[in-house]
Ligand binder design. Sequence first.
Ligand code: SAM
Length: 326
Amino acid sequence: MLKDSFGRIHDYLRISLTDKCNLRCVYCHPTNALHGHHDYAKNMSAEEIEKIVSVFVGEGVNKIRFTGGEPLIRKDTKEIIERLSNYPVKLTITTNGVFVHDFIDTFKTADLKSVNVSLDSLNKEKNSTINQRDEFERVKRNIDLLLENDFHVKVNVVVMNGINSDEVNDFIEWTKDFPLHIRFIEFMPFPGNKWDHEKVFTHQQIIKTVSEKYPVEKLSDDAHDTAKKYFVPNHKGTFAVISTMSEPFCSGCNRMRITTDGKMRNCLFSKTETDLLTALRAGNDIVPLIRECLYGKHYMLGGNHDEHWGEEETASHRRSMLGIGG
Ligand code: SAM
């Protein structure tokens, strides 16, 4: 069992399958070109991912999320999903949804039942402005396809003040007739994403906005939930807020991350990382490295909780969201 120095059990691993993406979301894609590991030999192969996962599973991991970059653009993603479906873990994925139609059968065979799809606006033009690509209709169709095939579908919406904050209730209206689970995410700072405090639309503002139009009731949250969950009576779906910026939820954290080049990060906002892939390739036991990395985890936000957090635009110790895997 993996525990950090605060006694928190860590049994959830998020694996970045690639740091490339077919979209250019303004809040995610770095404006500079400094990110990226374009030397494919530096990245984990399908076989190496399986080896690393088998070690984590041996240490008690029981949930894995595929992320990126965009996990569905990697050529061997189907093979990776199939390989990991042989382990006693719950598989999940976060995707921009563009290629979901090609993966429905793979997800079903692998028993991957829960899919998070990112969609930041229900307005085609605005969505294209945020994504800097025109994929709105395909993503919408693929969300319908997932629902038709009985997947548990969460829709991730990064809410930015003055950009898509006026659409909060449009997303809520969508849950009236569809069993969708909307997850409003507060805008977070990463190098090159032009974050500032003013652009954060907080948990409190979201609840106020929804409450002005609908009756809102609280759902109970699980110990490890990053999202605060709610529902509107008589709606088929639910909604939740991921309040990283205004009300961090680190106390119950059970997550670890592996970047596509095989570095372990003990927090999304960590300033350090541990190279598991080089050790694995050298034939070394990676268990001590995993334990040491986890033991160094800060209690909150990777130790970034002073008032200047987010202002380190060019800090080299931090990676963009694409480079880490969201
Ligand atoms: N390409 C996939 C996708 O679009 O969902 C997976 C990777 S993406 C980095 C994972 C999640 O991180 C997405 O839901 C995205 O909206 C979210 N995200 C990216 N940058 C963010 C930021 N600056 N603040 C909050 N959420 C962010």
